[in-house]
Each structure stands twice: as C-alpha cells, then as structure tokens.
Design a protein around this ligand. Structure first.
Ligand SMILES: Nc1ncnc2c1ncn2[C@@H]1O[C@H](COP(=O)(O)OP(=O)(O)O)[C@@H](O)[C@H]1O
Ligand SMILES: [Mg+2]
Length: 230
C-alpha cells in the first residue's frame, strides 16, 4: 500500500458572526497501518473537527487529505459513503446505541445497511459481542446495560464490518475511571491484533494508552513523542 493516511496543510474555518473563524491551522499528519495514535488537546482545540475530517464526515476548507491511497477531495458521494461505512469504525463519547434495539441488533445494524444476509450478520454480530465480553448480554436493551457495557456494544458495532481504521472521539468521556481503563485495555488488544486506531481525548491519562501521541492546541498539531515506556 502506498499512502495509508496523509494530511498536508489541512485548514478548517467556520463562518461565524460575519467572519471566518479558523479552527484547524495547517495540520500535517501521517498515520501508518497498525498505528495507535492519540490526539490530545483541551476542549475547543479542534479535536472533533479533525476527527470529522479524518472520518470523511466533513471536508476541510483547504489542504490535502489522502486516505487509503485515495484523494478524499476527489471522491464522489458513493465513494465517501463506501469509505465511511466499510473502512472506518466510529466510536463516540456517548455510545449512541438505538434504545429500542437489543445489543445484538445494534451491532447488526451496519451489516444490515451493508446488505449482509441475515444468517451471516447474526453470526458476525454475535462473534463481535463475544469479542468484547458481552456474549451473555446479547438480548439486553441499552438501558439494561452499564455505561461501560454500552460502550463495548458501540465498539462491537464499530468493528463488525471489519474497518481498516477505528476512530474514537473521547471514547471514555462518559465512563468512570475503572470502566475507562477496561475500554483502554480492549483498544490495546485490538491494536495488538493489527487494528489501526486513532483516539481523540482531552485526558492525558487516556492518551498515554496509545503508542503515539500528537497534541492539538488552538487548532495547531504538534508531535508529542511515543508513550511506549511511559
Ligand atoms: N459547526 C460549527 N460552526 C461554528 N463553529 C464551530 C462548529 N463546530 C465547531 N466549531 C468551533 O470550533 C472549535 C473547535 O471545536 P471542536 O472541534 O468541537 O473542539 P473539541 O472537540 O476539541 O472540543 C470550537 O471553538 C467550536 O466552537
Ligand atoms: Mg470534541
């Protein structure tokens, strides 16, 4: 593979109150397959804006972004939809599970959209739930699960389509410390298995679980060095 993930001079501004407010300023970032990267920065620094661009949910104002050898700017809507649904697994601060669906059904959902036949998708969702330690809770509704369990269902849902990259925006933000550590242990396992992970957080204690940390302050990104021995 040539370029897995490459950003050059990415800028994003929003037009607010009659003027351009810059949010991302000349962001350069390269991510290799199999990396576990954390983007660490305070609230309002532009983390979610960056994540949305990485995940092809939003477009930069200027700059170059290449994902999986493709120039994102040149992809059409079908290509973008494909990347979002097949190549990227999203995890957000609040698990965003559908409240009326069981854990099993929530995890099956991306496969339903992808047109995977029922038998196959049931099997894959069940396997994924087992993988995150929730085999016994498959039939539970989100409200019958703890916050950490809900987040694990969300992780299973993000991974069920076997995406190239896992993108997580404050994945432990709504969890207590112990549960947060369990989710981080799971991320480490997934990365050890070769999954590329980009995790966004404002919490240094969470960022240090990644193998590489970059800092974002006021829309500017700087390399923070590895954390392997931290
Ligand atoms: N849709 C938008 N319109 C205008 N300003 C926005 C929009 N989204 C984010 N911003 C601004 O961009 C800045 C960064 O936001 P965000 O990326 O959500 O930061 P973080 O995730 O690091 O807390 C904030 O100042 C926010 O107010
Ligand atoms: Mg945010």
């Amino acid at each position: 593979m040539g370029t897995f993930f490459r950003m050059r001079g990415i800028c994003k501004s929003y037009f607010v109150g009659g003027e351009d407010a810059p949010v991302l300023k000349n962001v350069d970032l390269d991510v290799e397959p199999g990396e576990y990267l954390s983007v660490l920065g305070p609230s309002g620094s532009g983390k979610s804006t960056l994540m949305n661009i990485i995940g092809c949910l939003d477009v930069p104002t200027s700059g170059e972004y290449t994902l999986l050898d493709q120039e994102v700017e040149e992809m059409d809507e079908a290509g973008l939809a494909h990347v979002r649904s097949r190549e990227i697994g999203f995890i957000f601060q609040n698990s965003q599970l559908l409240p009326r669906l069981s854990a099993q059904k929530n995890v099956e959902l991306p496969l339903i959209y992808a047109g995977v036949p029922p038998k196959q998708r049931k099997k894959r969702a069940a396997e994924m739930l087992e993988r995150v330690g929730l085999a016994e809770r498959r039939g539970y509704l989100p409200t019958q699960l703890s916050g950490g369990q809900q987040q694990r269902v969300a992780i299973a849902r993000a991974l069920v389509g076997d995406p190239s990259i896992l993108l997580a925006d404050e994945p432990t933000g709504a969890l207590d410390q112990k549960t947060g550590r369990q989710v981080m242990a799971l991320f480490r396992e997934l990365n050890d298995e070769g999954r590329t992970i980009i995790m966004i957080t404002h919490d240094m204690n969470i960022a240090k679980y990644a193998r590489r940390v970059v800092h974002i302050i006021d829309g500017e990104l700087t390399e923070g060095g590895g954390t392997e021995d931290a």
